[in-house]
Design a protein around this ligand. Structure first.
Ligand SMILES: [Mn+2]
Length: 328
């Protein structure tokens, strides 16, 4: 594989080679990209003999637990000691690290920011931000190769999971020839495509299908905008963790003749997470930014402190206004 030689890449490589105590952090509501990237980089640095801690502010979702050894990823509140280097992974802004995560990051002498979000404000001392990448996992793969390490199965599988997750199973517009050739390399090195897909996308409890059925029944289309919602009490009745509701957006974006989809997920009373998805290259990250969120052009999110009804009418009104300006 040919490796683009980049100044910031080289700086980070030489810093990591000389660093000793390294803390790796992923974002709140961790997804396959950040967990896979975190594990791969953490394991790579352990191979180099570094003292590495990996931490997540929130619990690792059940469908990603197969990637890790028990206890391999700490909760940020369990992290102790000081770190000379902290690496933020897949976090579009500093706050995405969570309250404890942000504090740990800021306490480190050297702060490294590795990400692929367009809106990333380069909050690290060293930044490796490549918005053109489908997944942070792609950047981490290159970083590991630049560190001079071989990719074995223990590195390949989490990286494969990272790329699979952020391309929606190699279906989203960010899937490129380079993405697929990286995935092919990872399979060659021991990643198991069918096993990983089954763990991440299938293997669901019955309550998952009941939740989908309810949310599907609520699909409403106005001005080519599809929206639906689920409440926290419903999620509890179905025996599901909040994170599982994230997957609703994967389905909402499948609807024909729509410009965008909005999924309103009530996390608790008065707190609603909104997932925004668009088709045909429309930019929903701008819409999310209006509500203090952000993300990618075709996939973004925001959190609103309001009742479910209020959040729906607020975001829907803004979406209608933005949607009217979209042609194509
Ligand atoms: Mn990502």
């Amino acid at each position: 594989m040919n490796l683009p030689s980049k100044e910031h890449m080289q700086e980070i490589v030489s810093h990591l080679k000389s660093a000793d105590r390294i803390l790796l952090l992923c974002h709140v509501s961790p997804d396959g990209d950040c967990i896979g990237s975190l594990l791969a980089l953490g394991r790579a640095l352990l191979k180099l003999g570094k003292d590495v801690s990996m931490a997540s502010e929130d619990r690792v979702p059940a469908n990603l637990e197969f990637l890790m050894e028990p206890g391999e990823i700490l909760r940020t509140e369990e992290v102790s000691g000081s770190f000379e280097t902290a690496v933020a992974i897949d976090s579009g802004d500093l706050g995405r690290l969570g309250d404890v995560g942000t504090r740990l990051f800021q306490q480190a002498e050297v702060k490294i920011n590795i990400d692929h979000h367009n809106s990333n404000p380069h909050y690290g001392d060293l930044n490796l931000v490549e918005a053109g990448r489908a997944a942070t996992g792609e950047i981490i793969l290159e970083l590991i190769l630049h560190l001079g390490l071989e990719i074995d199965a223990a590195l390949a599988e989490p990286l494969y999971a990272a790329i699979l997750s952020d391309t929606g199973g190699f279906r989203f517009a960010n899937t490129t020839k380079d993405t697929l050739s990286k995935a092919a390399l990872l399979v060659e090195r021991g990643a198991r495509p069918n096993f990983v897909s089954r763990q991440i996308y299938e293997n669901k409890p019955l309550g998952y299908f009941k939740m989908l059925a309810l949310a599907f029944k609520r699909f409403t289309v106005v001005d080519q905008i599809c929206y639906t919602w689920i409440t926290y009490t419903e999620m509890a009745e179905f025996g599901l963790d909040f994170e599982v509701s994230e997957e609703l957006s994967t389905f909402a974006r499948m609807l024909e003749n729509t410009k965008m989809s909005l999924v309103f997920k009530e996390k608790e009373e008065g707190l609603v997470k909104v997932s925004l998805r668009s088709q045909n290259g429309y930019d929903v990250s701008k819409l999310a930014e209006r509500f203090g969120g952000g993300g990618h052009k075709q996939a973004a999110g925001c959190t609103i402190n309001a009742s479910l009804d209020e959040a729906i009418s607020l975001v829907l009104a803004a979406a209608k206004e933005v949607g009217q300006q979209w042609t194509g």
